[in-house]
Ligand binder design. Structure first.
Ligand SMILES: *Cc1c(COP(=O)(O)O)cnc(C)c1O
Length: 500
């Protein structure tokens, strides 16, 4: 082989001027998009074949490369014209927040440095920024944590808490011998309102979903403490092995915060791990006037909390905080010969599931400082105040029935006044469910607003969750008139067919 045969002929690099030109144009486009976002529909509600048509999704990957500027123009148009915008001031569906613009630029910088935050040596500054971010999250919500990890979101954060719990409470032999050989019938407890991550975790990590005790809730959708205690005692008496209780700090459906302090007492009494799912609501614990609601939060062993929800970080950013970080290294660390990393610094590969890790902490670190803790508390507080105002305004209407209002989630349904006294009759329940389903479809199709739904007892209700720094009271007022009008129309369309 001679020298010439190994000369590089291809490069993926962009020349500096080209990089700048594409980048500047893209930033201009994004800035214009944000400036104009309230004039876009929240969603065009296009179906899959329409979207595939625009993308030309059947096209094969070409042999020949394409001009990068052309590509960027094309894909930014595709995305701006055919996306659902959770950054729109009138988006209140599920729990996805509007994204902080500085965080978006943070992601760009993070990709440019391309730090691998698996090992300190590979990411010295990034690892320390992540550690500082985790510390700030803990102190912001009053959770005395000495460590944790930034992850992709609430599910993974909760999985890590779950795994740390199973190791901490059964001894570490299960790492070699496996759960089924080392300990039978590990049991965990959570309320019926708990997010579906708990099923994925029990399934994936070898317990099986039968080992979840779904504890009934009281009339406020909080875990029933008496039933929780009875269930633990019964399991202990029959030879099962309770190890974990999960408390909700902002349940996914209605935003309820379980009685955390009481759960902590029960966990102390039975020597169980106390994990809090605060993926949505955890950051509201930073607000002084909500302290009674979150009392006991600081007593948990671990808490999952999502910066991509109530810190408005662009997707993805979740976080797990643990009181004692050695529980994470006990759970996750191995030292294979090919990783020769200094052990006196934190190598985040030892704290979680991932190996190579991106630098998701940067966007959180940036907006934390851009806003500061005082104004962050105020942003969250204003979301909650808007949700309260929504609840109050809705209650004033004679055609709306309100259900719950916790943190920034409000649930309600359209209820024609003449059916008001018959809401327990099965045929009426069915009708109201169908009616509100149809109203929800029409709201989405309109592109003007976006809300989601919840089931409360047997009732299909509409659900508005405000984690959106762009929402103003005017948006809410417009929504309510649209809802009433759509409700009136839909009821008169459906009534003759359904209720004879
Ligand atoms: C959103 C949410 C989750 C899941 O979090 P992801 O970030 O979507 O993975 C879990 N629990 C609760 C209470 C949530 O609100």
């Amino acid at each position: 082989m001679n020298q010439k045969d190994i000369t590089r002929t291809k490069s993926i690099d962009l020349a500096p001027d080209e990089f700048k030109k594409i980048g500047y144009l893209l930033v201009d486009k994004i800035a214009d998009f944000f400036n104009d976002i309230s004039n876009f529909p929240v969603t065009k509600a296009e179906d899959q074949s329409t979207i595939r048509g625009h993308l030309k999704s059947d096209a094969p990957l070409a042999e020949e490369g394409t001009d990068p500027q052309k590509l960027m123009n094309k894909v930014s148009e595709l995305l701006i014209q055919h996306s659902l915008f959770n950054g729109h001031p009138r988006f209140w569906g599920y729990i996805t927040s509007s994204a902080a613009p500085l965080g978006i630029l943070g992601d760009l910088l993070s990709s440019a440095i391309n730090a691998n935050v698996g090992a300190w040596a590979l990411s010295p500054m990034a690892s320390e920024i992540e550690a500082q971010t985790i510390r700030w999250i803990g102190s912001f919500i009053g959770f005395p944590s000495r460590g944790g990890l930034i992850v992709s979101g609430g599910n993974v954060a909760n999985y890590i808490g779950f795994l740390a719990a199973s190791r901490a409470k059964t001894g570490l032999k299960i790492r070699e011998r496996g759960i089924k050989n080392e300990t039978k019938d590990l049991i965990l407890y959570c309320s019926q309102e708990t997010h579906t991550w708990v099923q994925k975790a029990a399934d994936l990590f070898g317990l099986g979903t039968d080992n979840i005790r779904w504890i009934e809730t009281d009339r406020w959708q909080k875990i029933n403490l008496k039933l929780l205690k009875e269930s633990i005692e019964k399991d202990v008496a029959t030879g099962f092995r309770p190890f974990l209780v999960i408390g909700n700090a902002g349940s996914v459906s209605t935003g309820v915060v379980d009685p955390l302090d009481d759960i902590a007492d029960i966990c102390d009494h039975h020597d169980l791990w106390f994990h809090i799912d605060g993926a949505y609501g955890g950051f509201a614990a930073a607000i002084p006037e909500l302290m009674p609601t979150f009392e006991g939060l600081s007593r948990a062993d671990s808490i999952a909390i999502d910066p991509h929800k109530w810190l408005y970080a662009p997707l993805e950013a979740g976080c797990i905080l643990v009181k004692d970080p050695s529980r994470l290294t006990d759970t996750f660390s191995y030292h294979p010969p090919y990783y020769n990393f200094e052990q006196s610094v934190m190598n985040y590969v030892d704290y979680g599931i991932q190996n190579s890790r991106g630098f998701k902490a940067l966007k959180v670190w940036l907006t934390f400082q851009q806003i500061g803790s005082r104004d962050y508390r105020q942003l969250i507080r204003e979301d909650i105040m808007l949700a309260k105002a929504t609840h109050r305004l809705l209650s004033e209407s004679n055609r709306i029935q309100t259900f719950t209002n916790n943190l920034s989630i409000t649930t309600f349904r359209y209820l024609p006044p003449d059916l008001n006294n018959n809401v327990e009759i099965p045929a009426i329940i069915d009708y109201l469910n169908d009616l509100n389903r149809r109203i929800l479809e029409k709201i989405e199709k309109s592109g003007k607003f976006y809300v989601s739904n919840a089931m409360i007892h047997q009732n299909f209700v509409l659900r508005m969750c405000i984690v959106n720094f762009r929402t103003k009271i005017e948006d809410i007022i417009d929504f309510i008139s649209f809802l009433l009008q759509t409700g009136d129309e839909t009821d008169s369309e459906m009534r003759s067919d359904h209720l004879k």
